[in-house]
Design a protein around this ligand. Structure first.
Ligand code: WTA
Length: 650
């Protein structure tokens, strides 16, 4: 997404943290931030070793970092168990009786689990998984709604050294099946359904279709909705029949710092999603550190990150980061507008949420729904607001500040990725003056920069590629099963640097302005999708000869999917076909990938070498006149006809 003119104009607007906020904060001034940044930059290993030592290790590492680009090993030789750092060590203190998880279901049912209770449930689940045959190193797929069992399942996997692969409940059976196959998962944990806008999402049905012909041996089913589901003899077991009856005692084994904690699939430039692999010690260090610093976490906070555990934000800021800090986390199952557009504000008031972390798309939806909804509720418990997942436009930033934060709460706009594991660029709320639309400065320990393709730094306000020049603990270790793709994608673009795939610029104050992806990844409502993934889904339909997918700017979702489709000979290109194809993409990937618009074209514009000219399609899709060099177009007429058909339908 390109930077709006407006954000450039407003960048001189800046909001310093209030004195009151700064006084109580962990990092209280820019001078203190600069000092931390300098220290981390001069001695990264010393800095990170200090942070990591705040986790519960059973064996200290012998070497902090082993770095042979692109391969990083952190805390080499150290041993720990992620679930012990998140649970057992708190249970050994007064926090045993502190709320770990406050949960609200969409229908309004609630549950509260203290650290003691969460620990007990995780131990039971760990024992149940072992009884089902799960061993250290076996992959467990998790396909659950936002219910406490989702966090319990993740932590139970971590506890027994079985890497989890969480698949977002909005993904289709096909997409789930692809991920199960790629991970060679042995078990899948799901539920009879989940509540979404008053309806039941049929998760178990999707699992039944997804696991056919895969390595899945057992399906564990949580009863959530009293939904009638078929249970297959010998394969399917109920959570309550296995976990609830298991022993609550489980002595956790420690694992190597570099033991795989999880893989999480995300979209890249090709049609096949990548299994981003994170390991135990480094990932947990990053999640722990950033939660503490960016959210300025305190024991009395009630922290609500609205992300689903199917995304990395849910991994790092619903589960691992806050729990490693001994914080109280709120988790909500359903939609933000069920039963009304004020559900979130109702939840904040009811539970006394103090730190609220959500996505720009949600903020823009709230804006559209109207100021009267938040105004109806007491939001005075809030002290800090966060944003993540996509660039936030200054209008949305200002609305968030005024209508939700009542000009009182600092906003942390956090830039990071599935691959980075934890937040990389963000204000520190007690220190950094914020500018609407800028993620501001990198965290201490993160050597982020904006450079040209040849690695030379971009000048102030000059656009370039966002890179990270030094390894950090929570960086991905590989793409599961494809180390070469890992090397090429992330370390093959700018010599010596991690290449994020985002375009950015730094202003004269060194503030980062992230402009969006520079590759074929699009960001729809904060969800990362590859244009090729959607194209593959389209061409898998028998009526489609060829398809090209691009993103166009969208006021609400950031980007919307526009698909250009050439039907096969003799197939009528009509609204009925468009509808069929939209549904087809939805069943292949999930509703999040359903194209906003399908435009039929007799041919797609290609270069002489046969490459689809996406830049031109993007311009056609966003209605702008074609600029630039089109001399390599195989057939100029194709583009003109495309643009015309677009204009006519507008
Ligand atoms: C985008 C989500 C601008 C970016 C944590 C990145 C952002 C991709 C921001 C990663 C932000 C994330 N400002 N853009 N604050 N945060 N992005 O892997 O394009 O789902 O590369 O991780 O989201 O998406 P992912």
């Amino acid at each position: 997404m390109s930077q709006s003119i407006e954000s450039v104009l407003t960048e001189n607007r800046s909001f310093a943290p209030s004195e009151e906020f700064a006084r109580a904060a962990q990092v209280k001034s820019m001078a203190q931030y600069e000092e931390m940044y300098r220290r981390a930059d001069e001695d990264p290993e010393g800095y990170w070793a200090e942070v990591a030592s705040e986790l519960a290790w059973t064996k200290k590492w012998s070497k902090t970092l082993d770095w042979k680009l692109p391969d990083a090993k952190w805390f080499v030789g150290g041993q720990l168990n992620a679930s012990v750092s998140c649970l057992d060590r708190h249970v050994a203190t007064w926090r045993k009786n502190k709320a770990a998880l406050l949960w609200e279901g969409e229908p309004g049912d609630t549950r509260v689990l203290t650290y003691g209770q969460l620990h007990r449930e995780v131990c039971k689940a760990a024992n149940a998984l072992i009884a089902l045959g799960v061993k250290k190193g076996d992959f467990v797929a998790i396909y659950l709604p936002m219910i406490p069992e989702a966090a319990i399942a993740m932590l139970a996997c971590a506890r027994i050294g079985a890497p989890h692969t969480v698949v977002f409940g909005g993904f289709s059976a096909e997409a789930l099946g692809d991920r199960i196959k790629d991970a060679k998962a042995k078990i899948v944990i799901t539920s009879d359904g989940g509540w979404r806008r008053g309806a039941i999402v049929p998760l178990k049905e999707n699992v039944d279709r997804a696991v056919e012909g895969t390595s899945i041996e057992k399906v564990v089913v949580v009863k959530r909705c009293a939904n009638d589901v078929a249970m297959k003899d010998g394969r399917d077991v109920w959570w309550h029949d296995t976990v609830d009856v298991a022993s609550p005692r489980h002595e956790a084994e420690s694992f190597d710092s570099e033991h795989t904690l999880f893989t999480l699939y995300t979209s890249g430039t090709t049609g096949k999603p990548k299994g981003i692999l994170h390991t135990t010690g480094g990932y947990l260090t990053g999640a722990y550190y950033t939660t503490k610093l960016v959210f300025d976490l305190r024991d009395e906070d009630i922290f609500w990150c609205t992300a689903d555990i199917g995304w990395v934000t849910g991994h790092s800021y619903v589960v691992y980061g806050p729990l490693a800090n001994g914080a109280t986390v709120l988790m909500y199952e359903g939609a933000p507008n069920q039963p009304g557009p004020d559900r979130f504000w109702d939840i904040i008031a009811k539970w006394g949420v103090t730190v609220f972390y959500t996505a720009p798309t949600a903020i823009r939806a709230f804006m559209r729904w109207g100021d009267q909804w938040p105004a109806k509720h007491d939001l005075s418990s809030l002290r800090l607001l966060g944003s993540v997942g996509e660039p936030i436009n200054p209008e949305a930033w200002m609305w968030y500040r005024e209508q939700i934060g009542h000009n009182r709460c600092p906003i942390v706009d956090t830039w990071w990725q599935t691959e980075t594991g934890s937040i990389m660029i963000s204000p520190l709320p007690g220190a950094t003056p914020t500018k609407p639309g800028s993620a501001t400065r990198p965290l201490p320990g993160i050597a982020a920069d904006v450079v040209h393709k040849d690695g030379t730094p971009a000048k102030a306000n000059e656009g370039g590629f966002l890179v990270i020049k030094k390894p950090w603990p929570s960086m991905l270790r590989t793409i599961f099963g494809d180390h070469e793709r890992f090397q090429k994608t992330y370390f093959g673009e700018v010599a010596g640097c991690y290449f994020a795939g985002d375009g950015a610029r730094k202003d004269a104050d060194g503030y980062f302005w992230v402009m969006g992806r520079v590759d074929d990844v699009i960001n729809v409502a904060g969800h990362r999708l590859s244009t090729m993934e959607v194209e593959s889904a389209l061409v898998s339909h028998p009526k489609v000869a060829e398809a090209a997918v691009v993103g166009r700017p969208d006021d609400l979702k950031g980007q919307a999917i526009v698909a250009f489709v050439t039907p096969r000979q003799g197939v009528a290109a009509d609204e009925a076909l468009a509808k069929v194809l939209r549904e087809h993409v939805s069943s292949q990937i999930g509703a999040l990938a359903r194209p906003e618009e399908i435009r039929f074209a007799e041919a797609l514009p290609k270069t002489r070498s046969g490459k689809i000219m996406r830049r031109l399609l993007r311009e056609v899709a966003s209605g702008s006149k074609s600029r630039g060099d089109t001399t390599t177009l195989e057939d100029q007429g194709v583009l003109e006809r495309l643009a015309q058909s677009f204009a006519q339908e507008e």
